[in-house]
Write a protein that binds this ligand. Sequence first.
Ligand code: GLY
Ligand code: MN
Ligand code: MN
Length: 535
Amino acid sequence: MSQGSEHTAVSHHASEDAAQPMDERVDNRSQRPDSDQFRAFMASSWAQPETTTTTRAEVAEFAAARRARLSRLFPGERLVIPAGAPKVRSNDTDYRFRPHSAFAHVTGMGVDHEPEAVLVMEPTEPGHGDDGSDHVATLYFHPMAGRDSDEFYADAKNGEFWVGSRPTLQQLQDEFGLPTQDLSALETAVTKDAGNAALGGLSIRLVRDVDLNMDALVDTSRINTGVDLEQSDSKDATLTEALSELRLVKDEYEIGQLRVAVDATIRGFEDIVSVLPRAIGGERGERVVEGAFFSRARLEGNDLGYDTIAASGNNATVLHWIRNNGSVKPGELILVDAGVEADSLYTADLTRTLPVDGTYTEIQRTIYQAVLDASEAAFEVAVPGNRFRDVHAAAMEVLAHRLEQWGLLPVSAEVSLSESGQHHRRWMPHGTSHHLGLDVHDCAQAKRELYLDAVIEPGMVFTIEPGLYFKEEDLAIPEQYRGIGVRIEDDVLVTEQGNENLSAALPRRPEDVEAWIQGIWNRDENVGPTEGPAA
Ligand code: GLY
Ligand code: MN
Ligand code: MN
C-alpha cells in the first residue's frame, strides 16, 4: 500500500474517529484471559494466607501520644491526614511508595505503609476521645483482598499476585493500635455532617497536596455545603503547620531511630573510603562512591533519606550536586553528603570531605580547619536556652574572621557580619542547621518563631553543617583557593546538659580523617574490602 501523504492524512483521521481512551491503551500490550472457566480456576486451590497474630509495634504508644497532642490543638474539628498515593516516575511506572511524613508521624507507620491510606481524627465530646483526648482516630486503607477474588490476580496495583502480600484490616489494627476500616467507607467518614461551623456544620481540616483525591473530595464537600474555600485553605495550612511543629522535639522512639540511621550511615562512609581507590581513574568515579554508600544501605536492608551527593574537585562547590557523573582524581577532595533512612523512615544527614589520596594538601587543610572550627563554635552554642539562629551565627563569626585573615573579604569581618554586609555568604550561602527526623529537612512548615527564632530545647535533633565553597570560576579569590569545597555535617541531639553529637564516631579532625582512611586501606590490603553486613 502506498504511503502517500494523502493516505496518511486519511488514516490519521479515521483513527481519531475510533479513538480508544488513553488510559485504556496501557492494556494494549497484553491480553488477560477472561473466561468464566479461567476465573473459577484462578479463584481456586490457593492455600489460605498465614494468620499469624501481629504484635503491637513499639512505636504505637508514641504515635498515640502524638495524636493526643494534636487533638488538643483542634477540638471539635475533623482532621484528615492522608498518606498519599504512589507517584508516577514515567508512564505506568511508579516510584516505590513512601508515605507523607505527617501521616507516618501520627500513625507510626513506616516503609510501604500504606498507599492511599487516610487517617481521620473524628472529634468527640471534650476528653471523651482516645487516651482522654478530644478525638477518636480511625485508619482507612485498602486491605489485602482474598485469593479467591479477581483483585488477587487481575489488579496490578493492589493484587497480591502483583505486589505481594499486603496487610489485612485486623493486622494493621493490631500492629498500630488503631481501629481500621476499608477505604470504601472513607468518603462518608470525611464528608458526613460537614459544613459551615457557624451554621452547625462540622469543620474539616485537611493536609492538602498529599492526595489529590482527598483534596477533590473535601473541596467538593465544601462547595456543596457553602463553606468558604479561601478560609478553609488557611485552616488547612494551620493543620499542616501544627503537624510540622509537633515534630520539633523528638520522643524517645524517634531518638532511637535517628541513632539507628546515623550508625548505619557511618558504616556507609567506611565503605566509601574502602572504594575510593577503585573510584579513581574511571570516567564517573563519583558514581562508584555513590554506589558504595547505597550498596551498604541495601546490604543492611535500608534505604536512603535523600539522593547522595558525591562531589569531587570543583563539583564539591555545587551545593546540590546529585548528578555524580564526575571523575575522582588524586589530589582532590571529595565531598560526600549521604544519609541512610531506616524502615521507620527516620534519616541521618552526614557530610565528610575526604582527601581522595588519603592526605590533605596544605591549602585543603587550612580551609578544612576553618570549617571544623566553625562547626565546633556552633556545637558550643547548640544548647538549651540559646536560640536556633545562634548556631548559625556562631559558625559565621568564625568563617568571616578566617576569610578576613586570608584577605578574601572586601570588607572587615565586622562589616561582613553586619546585616547590610554578609559578604562572607558568597562562600557559605546555605544555613548551618536544619531540623532532622522523618524528613531530612524536618519540620519545614513550622512557624519562624518556632524554628529559626526558637529557643533550643532538649530532644531537638538538628544538623550542624558549615562549609566553604570556592568555585573554580570565582575571580574574587586567589587561584590557590579555587576548585575546593568543604562541608562537615554532623547530627546533633540536644540534651538537658548540652548536646550529643550522634555522629561523633565518624572522624572529623583532619588528622583523624587521614588516620581513619589509612586504617581502612591497610585493612583492605590484608583482608579485602568488607562485603557482608557489619557484625
Ligand atoms: N543533604 C542535604 C542537607 O545537608 O541539607
Ligand atoms: Mn543537612
Ligand atoms: Mn547533608
